[in-house]
Design a protein around this ligand. Structure first.
Ligand code: SAM
Length: 271
């Protein structure tokens, strides 16, 4: 906070609509793409598919089943590391993200790795694809925690999946909402009501949001999935592995041993 009376810079909890939220995400991820990849690029790999800071990989977890020959949409792909892993595994991936800068980094990494995937810049809440275009859809912390209307994302993914298709997405475990985003001891003390869905907002001097996170309880997420006509097949809560000594923001070995950090929803569209 500054002391200027008209400077609204700061962090708050307040309602944010879909338009303000999408504008904030796009400009934040555009501005932060290089710094984000400098910090996390080595962990994410050029063509690796990890579901979250615990390091659970799709190569080990097989949550998407057999991907060879499948048309796969990665939602909120960032620099498209997961999509490149899918391509290397024989799938036909498309990587979608709101941020042009993240996709540009994805293109550079794809050329470097010799694994170039189609990249699409669009909002996850309005997918530019025909109904039934994909066999599978996936998202590793992409878009879902960042959109004001995550129910719309569920409906859109359900629409573009073929009957019998699967949608697997990971998000920050909803329980984490109650705790400060601190990798140390302070991050183990609940300070925020789990049931308060008011978004976390960082805003600039004009009071306009520059970064937003939206909370849903586990029950909310289940209802958004089933409300879109999908079935919830599994809910995976990866445990923190003993050999992961890495801290990622508020995710750390210390907290990971006590509180779940990631929730992975495995969903299917009825055949
Ligand atoms: C934490 S990154 C996840 C990407 C990748 N799996 C990773 O771990 O780096 C979140 C991504 O979601 C994207 N995103 C945020 N809101 C979005 C939206 N409404 N539609 C599509 N992508 C969005 C951001 O641009 C960003 O690239």
């Amino acid at each position: 906070m500054t002391d200027e009376p008209d400077d609204l810079t700061g962090v708050s909890r307040r309602p944010v609509g879909p338009g303000e939220s999408a504008r904030a995400q796009r400009s934040w991820w555009d501005a932060q793409a290089d710094a984000y990849l400098d910090e996390h690029g080595a962990f994410l790999g050029d063509a690796r598919f990890v579901w979250g800071p615990e390091g659970l990989s799709e190569a080990d977890a097989h949550l998407l089943g057999d991907v060879a020959g499948r048309r796969v949409l990665e939602v909120g792909a960032g620099a498209a590391q997961c999509a490149r892993w899918l391509l290397a595994a024989g799938a036909e991936p498309v990587a979608l993200d709101l941020s042009g800068a993240m996709l540009r980094r994805g293109h550079e990494l794809g050329v470097r790795a010799g694994l170039v995937v189609p990249l699409v810049q669009a909002d996850a809440a309005a997918l530019p694809f025909a109904a039934g275009s994909f066999d599978l859809a996936c998202s590793a912390y992409g878009a879902v925690p960042f959109v004001a209307d995550s129910a719309a994302v569920m409906r859109e993914v359900a629409r573009v999946l073929r009957p019998g298709g699967w949608w697997v997405f990971s998000v920050t475990h909803p329980l984490r909402w109650s705790f400060p985003d601190d990798p140390g001891e302070a991050g183990l003390v609940a300070t925020q009501p789990y049931f308060d869905r008011t978004p976390y907002v960082e805003q600039g001097p004009d009071g306009v949001a520059t970064y937003v996170e939206h909370h849903r309880t586990i029950g909310d997420r289940v209802r958004e999935v089933t409300g879109a006509g999908l079935q919830l097949l599994d809910l995976v809560e990866p445990e923190w592995p003993w050999d992961n000594t890495r801290t990622w923001g508020g995710w750390s070995p210390l907290r990971g041993r006590v509180v779940p950090g990631t929730a992975i929803f495995v969903c299917g569209k009825p055949a």
